[in-house]
Design a protein around this ligand. Structure first.
Ligand SMILES: Cc1cc2nc3c(=O)[nH]c(=O)nc-3n(C[C@H](O)[C@H](O)[C@H](O)COP(=O)(O)O)c2cc1C
Length: 206
């Protein structure tokens, strides 16, 4: 089949917008932010990636209904305190990562909800998942407004410069991060996930 998503996002026989299944796997940015009042927030974003290696820049895109006071905390907080952390999700943290996608009742942090300990970050105010084997500490670089969709939801791309990187020393083998040991979780389409546990090397042509 071939179709123009500007006319219809899911023409038959598609029951869902297939974009998430086609742009996959996507790494999960487990984003922690802090409000001006010092309340912590933690939520997963698979509209997340790295956009530049030097200087290192990463971004995530929280969506919400436009025009209502419904901005996700992960956006509202960076407008108040322009910093965030990214905790890398290993397979053993997948269930807890999913728990933190609940809209937590006001005043309850997702750390508490998912039974996760928060670690103090070194260079930014938001904490991070203490058990994460790698963490990026970021300063907001820019927030780009993305167009609203037919369903009335719009999103913002929150770009951050990585100013601090934590890596569990045990993960560093021969000067490289051992991707197999990290067992990173990534998002596919629908409710499907994958774990990075099968690697192959392909050297660049001479
Ligand atoms: C694996 C996973 C990936 C997600 N990716 C996104 C995303 O890229 N953008 C988004 O707006 N919501 C995403 N969500 C939903 C948010 O995590 C959820 O709306 C969360 O409650 C937002 O939290 P906040 O209001 O505390 O910021 C994702 C959920 C899961 C489980």
């Amino acid at each position: 089949m071939f179709y123009d998503p500007r006319e219809n996002l899911r023409p038959g026989p598609l029951s869902h917008n297939p974009l998430n299944a086609l742009v996959a796997p996507r790494p999960i940015g487990w984003i922690s932010t802090i409000s001006g009042q010092g309340e912590w927030n933690l939520a997963p974003f698979s509209y997340f990636n790295a956009f530049s290696a030097d200087p290192p820049l990463v971004g995530y895109a929280p969506n919400a209904k436009v025009g209502e006071d419904g901005a996700k905390d992960s956006l509202a907080n960076v407008l108040e305190v322009p910093e965030f952390t990214v905790s890398v999700v290993s397979a053993d943290l997948a269930e807890q990562m999913n728990e933190t996608s609940r809209a937590a009742p006001h005043g309850v942090s997702e750390y508490e909800l998912a039974g996760l300990e928060a670690g103090e970050s070194r260079l930014v105010r938001p904490p991070h998942v203490a058990l994460a084997r790698a963490v990026l500490e970021c300063q907001v670089f820019d927030i780009v407004e993305l167009p609203a969709g037919k369903d009335g939801r719009g999103s913002q791309l929150v770009l951050g410069e990585v100013i601090g990187i934590y890596i569990d020393d045990d993960l560093i083998v021969d000067g490289k991060v051992d991707g197999k040991a990290l067992r990173q979780v990534a998002r596919l389409g629908y409710f499907d996930y994958t774990v990075v546990d099968n690697l192959f090397e392909l050297l660049r042509p001479e």
